[in-house]
Design a protein around this ligand. Structure first.
Ligand SMILES: [Fe+2]
Length: 410
């Protein structure tokens, strides 16, 4: 059975191909289109996957899209209506950008690939995240936590998965937290406030956190109300992302943390503002970590399982993952190579194969090398195009040279 998984239309579009339950290839659209975080329907990625496996679209038994686009549209519409009249400016744009390709996904897939509509399936966004982490991990039973900005409605789920001896697979998502309450959006709001690009530069906030001190943890805690069972709700007075696409934080947020950073200003730790920004990063990082540690600790107590699989864009926060491993009680924590939405292409295909179609469980090879190999000639051409010097070195010489450059502070 040949199954194509697709993620698209938000950020990091990708395609993945399963043949008889085992991934044979997967690639993010940006690698081929050379547009960073390309969200477009991933025609290049699909074409590369099919070519790589020597298949035509007609050979596919199923095509699976990584989220329920109608449910997502419902969320966008509902939020816009709830926020009316504050959303009146952004309402037409939100609706225009959601209609068309993003809603009529079945028709788009059918017309691009010539695949009959009955072969097209949809998975839930967080089901795709859960499958992407659990079904690629070397474990047969595990607790699962997925967290991101938002999918359809869910922004965080907890549950567990089992790959049974009889070949059956179960993924059970027990509870979810819904938009606009979102750990990913909390972190992204600070990403925007600190002058970085949302959905791309969250790693810079994590990096900046190392240069600051968590002096503003009490302020950040005002933004996120925690419940004893590890759940949370955001105080929406501090945010605007749920009412407008123009800005993610509110004037009250600025009152609490001070003026936002201009993207073009350097962060100089010798200045009060530079230290304030680094402290904001350290503080939101600390609160994110504490929240995830509490949640995973509760999930460990609840499931009694030794393994935890993490998925969703929040699982890209390696510093938080390290604290989860050290403090949650889980013995092993698995994070897939692409826990964000790009990995959902593979997750959606695996979910449909094991759960919808009931195909037998298979071990998935434990490596991240599913995309096109790096072509040295092509790489040199791209580098020269950018005006870079190109020099070819043997691997041993290359490693020495890089080590020397790193130790020289480059
Ligand atoms: Fe996601």
């Amino acid at each position: 059975m040949k199954i194509l998984g697709i993620s698209a239309h938000y950020h990091d579009a990708a395609a993945a191909l399963l043949v008889h339950g085992i991934p044979v290839c997967a690639v993010q659209e940006e690698r081929l289109s050379r547009r960073k975080n390309d969200a477009a329907f991933p025609l290049n990625a699909i074409e590369w996957c099919l070519d790589h496996a020597g298949l035509d679209p007609a050979d596919l038994d199923a095509v699976v899209f990584y989220e329920r686009s109608m449910l997502k549209f419902e969320r966008i519409l509902t939020c816009a209506l709830r926020a009316f009249p504050y959303s009146w400016r952004s309402f037409p744009n939100a609706i225009k950008s959601s209609l068309g390709e993003k809603v009529w996904v079945r028709g788009i897939i059918s017309s691009y690939l010539g695949v009959p509509r009955r072969k097209i399936f949809f998975t839930g966004h967080h089901e795709s995240h859960a499958a992407a982490t659990f079904l690629t991990a070397p474990t047969r039973r595990a607790a699962i936590l997925t967290a991101d900005g938002v999918g359809e409605w869910a922004t965080l789920t907890v549950g567990h998965g089992e790959r049974r001896a009889d070949g059956g697979t179960a993924i059970t998502l027990l509870r979810e937290i819904r938009f606009p309450h979102s750990l990913g959006m909390l972190y992204s709001t600070f990403t925007a406030y600190l002058g970085f690009a949302v959905n791309e530069d969250e790693y810079k906030v994590m990096g900046l956190a190392a240069y600051g001190r968590p002096t503003k943890v009490d302020e950040v805690r005002k933004l996120i109300c925690r419940t004893p069972d590890g759940a949370f709700a955001l105080d929406l007075d501090y945010f605007e992302y749920h009412t407008t696409a123009a800005r993610s934080y509110s004037p009250r947020f600025v009152e609490l943390f001070g003026p936002p950073r201009n993207s073009y200003d350097p962060i100089d730790l010798e200045t009060a503002d530079g230290r304030r920004f680094a402290d904001c990063a350290a503080s939101v990082q600390r609160v994110l970590e504490d929240t995830l540690v509490d949640m995973t600790r509760a999930l460990h107590r609840e499931t009694g399982l030794p393994d935890l699989c993490l998925g969703g864009g929040v699982a890209l926060n390696a510093v938080a993952n390290a604290r989860i491993l050290a403090e949650s009680g889980f013995e092993r924590v698995f994070v897939p190579p692409a826990p964000g939405d790009a990995g959902c292409a593979l997750g959606a295909a695996l979910y449909a194969d094991r759960i919808y179609l009931g195909n037998a469980d298979r071990d998935v090879p434990d490596h991240p090398f599913w995309g096109p190999p790096v072509d040295a000639v092509e790489l040199a051409r791209a580098a020269r195009e950018d005006g870079q010097e190109v020099e070819e070195l043997d691997e041993a010489v290359l490693i020495d040279r890089i080590a020397d450059l790193l130790s020289a502070g480059r």
